[in-house]
Design a protein around this ligand. Sequence first.
Ligand SMILES: Cc1cc2nc3c(=O)[nH]c(=O)nc-3n(C[C@H](O)[C@H](O)[C@H](O)COP(=O)(O)OP(=O)(O)OC[C@H]3O[C@@H](n4cnc5c(N)ncnc54)[C@H](O)[C@@H]3O)c2cc1C
Length: 464
Amino acid sequence: MADANAIDGLIAEVGTDIVKRADEVDFARHTRDFTTTAPEGLELLGAAYPRTTEDVSRVLAYCNAHGIPVQPQGGMTGLAGGGVPQAPCLILSLERMRAIEEVDTAAASITAQAGVPLEMIQNAADDAGFLFPLDLGGRGTAQIAGNASTNAGGNRVLRYGMMRDLVLGVEAVLADGTIISSLNKMLKNNAGYDIKQLFLGTEGTLGVITRLVVRMFPKPLTVCTGLVAVDDYLGVLDLLNRCKAGLGGTLSAFEAMWPEFYHLGTVALDRRPPVEEAYGIYVLVEMMGSDPDNDQERFESVIAGAMDDGVVRDAIISKSAKDTADLWAIRDCPGEFIRAGWWPQIAFDVSIPVGEIGAFITECEARVKARWPGIATMYFGHVADSNLHLSIRHDEGLFDVHELDEEVYATVGKFKGSISAEHGIGTTKRPYLHHSRSEAELALMRRLKAALDPNGTLNPGKVI
Ligand SMILES: Cc1cc2nc3c(=O)[nH]c(=O)nc-3n(C[C@H](O)[C@H](O)[C@H](O)COP(=O)(O)OP(=O)(O)OC[C@H]3O[C@@H](n4cnc5c(N)ncnc54)[C@H](O)[C@@H]3O)c2cc1C
């Protein structure tokens, strides 16, 4: 077991500029993310703040040889505890590696160091006349390698995919210090195994990402937004197919909100509901196009057709940037849950095959309400991506959180869904991974981990 003295040797190897002793480290900053805090009484061994890939390599090689567990950290905006240490370890923070190395407009790519904040990547793409489409609430703090390590999603996955779809190349350092530089810039590259996938969505358990190549896209010239009401989930599926057929690849968001959520995002926050509170489900639809003369008409004709056929019962179409912001404010109300009185809450981020989401909600409601009468639930999500969010108000003494998790995740498993749509496994979902993965899949994950990190140095106690 490594102790604080083990850090002395590391400091002798790489210097005090890179490695700090525990008493020089801002403990609070390195021991919690947005949902999880390190166990009480945890002591850190120290922290490393590398400036280059070679620094990362030297730190990892030393730690691997001397049995020092390493906790990779980005911006600590994660929502699954993946960056939060569980036992004494060395923190490896990528925050000093924040250079954008190249913006290549021919390849439509950006090469950046791991610690560049997401917002800096978005701005660099914008400055070059392009769009970097990943966007999420933690954009100012979350780092691009943190986004890659969690395979982050967000609101525009339907159009542009998740982070896995936005990464062309990766440079990473293995637990033993080996540098794997796979900074590919090409869309097509079938030269053997796609090595970058080992590091995307694996939450720092198989290697530490030090640099990445990400894709840029043409900026959309138009954005059309509407909020529509339908009777039930069959109406949602009908509308989704109409939007896909009528708007094609320009459909960029399709956000469903069930009545409890819609009420919270409007009335409970002193906003007038844009369509009456009288329907089964509300959907925020958005398209991003490139034809300013025709896009709005095309968008409105798809919604009008659905209304004529009785699928859409009521609708409002945005006529200005303010209208659009007001409609999105309803969907973005989770940031205001405290003000709306929906707090504390337990949040679930799951995936269910799109056609089954309605049936899942019916069964989930029946199961949790039969077991805990009086429980308050709310549903919303990026349903076109299969992603459903369930929020349960945490009323004191009503339920045991682990038992509630087990009930919900067992229901997810029954529907062949995923217990993590976009936030990762970290520590919070680790006990439930078996609901979404077979024994053979789990065994393969363990074999991969053992092959790449035989001493279990990297991010111990996470994912698998
Ligand atoms: C307000 C808010 C809104 C959000 N909205 C969304 C959303 O809509 N969609 C979505 O998908 N996510 C969302 N998230 C979560 C999002 O996934 C994370 O915020 C982000 O992707 C993680 O980046 P980070 O730099 O903060 O990583 P951290 O939290 O620091 O780390 C996350 C994981 O990645 C590992 N890691 C970090 N850097 C590296 C590296 N260089 N090499 C290897 N492993 C590394 C860590 O060990 C940890 O396991 C949201 C978070 C917040 C706070």
